[in-house]
Design a protein around this ligand. Structure first.
Ligand code: MG
Length: 301
């Protein structure tokens, strides 16, 4: 590999990485960046600076600016099938949708009469259902949200039908469920557990589940045990490779769970997303900064 930030562990990585491009720091001076999403309508990206309670917008050649001054300590973002922005709010303890007219609609803020913990990351399935993780990071201290009592009996992964409001637990055996993403054909759901953040013996792995017809998950098993740091957030490419955050940067796993290679990043990475007209750009949120590069792979929507 020509670039010093790329480390190959498997020949398959050579076509996934792009060996002749730099890893560029495009923004810095923040506290904790996370929740990146690509907005294809305008060819720009958004991300959260959770402790500073801001969402930033960045477009190649134009730079960064504040997009939302009061996102209620938002974290993860994604788009629904109409291109509307879905946000996980720590302080708001809710999942919201930005409507086409710019207004914000609360999609869900409770389950069985109890407030959610602090929704963290979110993905939308092709049938429109919204799947999100609900660990307690946003209510443990005031830093990333607001210190509050936990009302839920655990930290769950939920599936929400935004049309009917039906919400149900799809996974309940996580300490701190965090990033989540479907395989390209949506037959698999990957969910990371970052329980090690508050317990040295806690989990730091990615689990994978079979997705049933009615959205039920089964056959949960460990897909990857992280060796350096944790998998806070991840995305898949169209060939089913998993691009995940970790302590040293980004690690890429094959669909079979082989670690193919790494993109070394100078700061601890929280999350990443693909973007650009060809879906071959990678935006990486990493502690105080955001980094940008091109890859050989094509990301999933
Ligand atoms: Mg996260």
């Amino acid at each position: 590999m020509a670039s010093s930030h790329l480390v190959s562990h498997d020949p398959r990585f050579r076509l996934l990485a792009q060996g002749n491009v730099a890893l560029t720091q495009i923004a810095t001076g923040m506290l904790w960046t996370e929740g990146p999403v690509y907005m294809p309508q305008g060819d720009y990206y958004l991300w959260s600076d959770i402790p500073n309670d801001k969402v930033y917008q960045w477009a190649e050649g134009l730079g960064a600016r504040v997009f939302d001054h009061d996102p209620r300590n938002s974290n993860g973002h994604t788009l629904d099938r109409e291109g509307r922005l879905i946000s996980c709010e720590h302080r708001g303890r809710q999942v919201t949708r930005r409507e086409h007219d710019g207004s914000t609609k609360v999609l869900v803020d409770s389950f069985e009469g109890m407030r959610l913990n602090s929704p963290n990351d979110v993905v939308v399935k092709s049938d429109g259902s919204i799947w999100f993780s609900d660990p307690s990071y946003g209510i443990l201290t005031d830093y990333e949200g607001k210190r509050s009592e936990q009302e839920q009996t655990g930290c769950y992964v939920f599936r929400l039908d935004p049309e009917t409001g039906d919400i149900r637990i799809v996974a309940d055996d996580f300490v701190k469920p965090n990033g989540l993403a479907f395989s390209p054909d949506e037959s698999l759901l990957y969910v990371s557990d970052t329980g090690m953040s508050h317990d040295p013996d806690g989990p730091r792995h990615i689990q994978v589940f079979d997705v049933g017809e009615a959205g039920a998950l089964s056959n949960g098993r460990v897909f990857a045990d992280m060796q350096v740091g944790m998998s806070d957030g991840f995305r898949l490419d169209i060939d089913g490779n998993v691009w995940t955050s970790c302590g040293s940067g980004v690690q890429v796993f094959s669909p079979g769970g082989d670690m193919l290679g790494e993109i070394l990043v100078p700061e601890v990475v929280s999350n990443l997303c693909f973007g650009g007209p060809k879906r071959n750009q990678l935006l990486i949120t990493a502690t105080t900064s955001v980094y940008f590069t091109y890859v050989g792979a094509t990301g999933c929507y």
